[in-house]
Design a protein around this ligand. Structure first.
Ligand code: AKB
Length: 365
């Protein structure tokens, strides 16, 4: 009897994990097995309804917006809560479950986790590289306090899993520039980079010391059309599409031969969900994984745009962001992400330019 209960529990847990990852397929599977396995049907269904919710913090940003929409597709709208410090959701998330939340307020965060039964948090609230240089004190506070508040929820078993984004900004001028390895010299020279590098070490510490299941990716520059980026050094690779469609010209704040690692947002979101769904034993790196997409310079991007928009013109007026970009890698080696949890990218420069030109809404400028 005890043995069969254990087997039943084991199978139920597998159902449970599956039901959380793929609710629609789960329901079909349950329906199919209903007649022959009534007990297995009813048990995980009760547990399924009691599963924790997913909370996305910083949902108004460039990644947050698309991540909420993708998570809703994957797990169902009712299982995803979008949050940001802003009182109202952005237009793209007007139909999502939304609440206003300041991640630096640990008590309020704790209250939300309890009230809604949150089991997973994706923490995206942060000040990016260019904005952080203008407001270093606040950048440090937001980027670090927010992380500690979420890691502590996991430490005290109030939530089960955390996603926290790192960045290519963890690297610095002394890092090897081409095909930057996973483990290498890291001497970041920006506030943002220092906060991400420290954050990575804290994630690893919480994992080793308290068993916290925290997973992380070092995002390259991300390119998307759903919402405008804000405050990054890589933002030119998004701005350029709005200006190309509006006026067929762009003045770039980086010089023409500044190569940086970049990725189309759909790939980044897929990677994020993939790393979170991977079995814990596959996540061997608990600081953060290198992730490579494409690598290009403003000149190469402008040429790819000109192929589709003849007559497009670009000129260059480098500002303070040039120094930040010069301290970052040209390209990234992401072999560990490929080996450990099966990462592979889909969008190259040409595919990205095509989809961006087709979808960017220049009236948002
Ligand atoms: C930025 O430019 O600050 C970000 C990043 C690379 O993390 N896009």
């Amino acid at each position: 009897m005890f043995g069969s209960n254990r087997i039943l529990t084991k199978i139920s847990c597998k159902f449970l994990a599956f039901s959380h990852r793929r609710p629609n397929e789960y329901k079909i599977l349950c329906y199919r097995t209903h007649s022959t396995m009534k007990c297995l049907y009813s048990l995980p269904n009760i547990l399924y309804n009691a599963m924790g919710k997913i909370l996305v913090i910083g949902s108004a940003g460039q990644i947050g917006t698309e991540l909420v929409l993708a998570l809703e597709k994957e797990y169902g709208k009712s299982n995803v809560i979008a949050s940001d410090v802003k009182p109202e959701p952005t237009f793209a998330l007007r139909e999502s479950n939304y609440l206003a939340l300041d991640v630096m307020n640990a008590e309020a965060l704790d209250g939300v986790v309890k009230k809604y039964g949150v089991s997973e948090i994706y923490l995206l609230a942060a000040l990016l590289s260019a904005t952080a240089e203008k407001n270093p004190d606040f950048a440090w506070k937001l980027n670090m306090d927010g992380l500690f508040n979420v890691l502590n929820l996991a430490r005290y078993k109030k939530i089960e899993k955390v996603f926290w984004p790192s960045s290519i900004a963890v690297f610095g001028p002394t890092t090897p520039k081409d095909m930057t390895p996973q483990s290498t010299i890291m001497e970041p020279t920006t506030v943002y980079g220092i906060s991400k590098q420290s954050g990575e070490q804290w994630c690893n510490y919480y994992h080793c010391k308290y068993g916290v299941d925290v997973r992380s990716i070092r995002y390259p520059g991300l390119i998307s059309y759903t919402s405008l980026p804000g405050g990054g050094t890589t933002d030119y690779a998004v701005d350029i599409f709005y200006h190309a469609k509006k006026s067929n010209s762009y003045t770039c704040y980086l010089s023409e031969n500044t190569a940086l690692p970049m990725m189309y947002m759909e790939d980044a979101i897929r990677a994020t969900i993939q790393i979170m769904q991977s079995p814990a034993e596959n996540i061997k790196i608990r600081t953060s994984y290198n992730l490579a997409g494409m690598s290009f310079t403003p000149k190469l991007l402008a040429e790819a745009i000109t192929e589709r928009l003849p007559g497009f013109g670009i000129n260059y007026a480098p500002d303070f962001r040039q120094k930040i970009a010069d301290s970052w890698p040209n390209s990234i080696d992401d072999q560990d992400a490929k080996n450990d949890w099966g990462w592979s990218m889909s969008y190259d420069l040409s595919a990205m330019v095509k989809v961006m030109l087709e979808n960017t809404d220049e009236s948002l400028l």
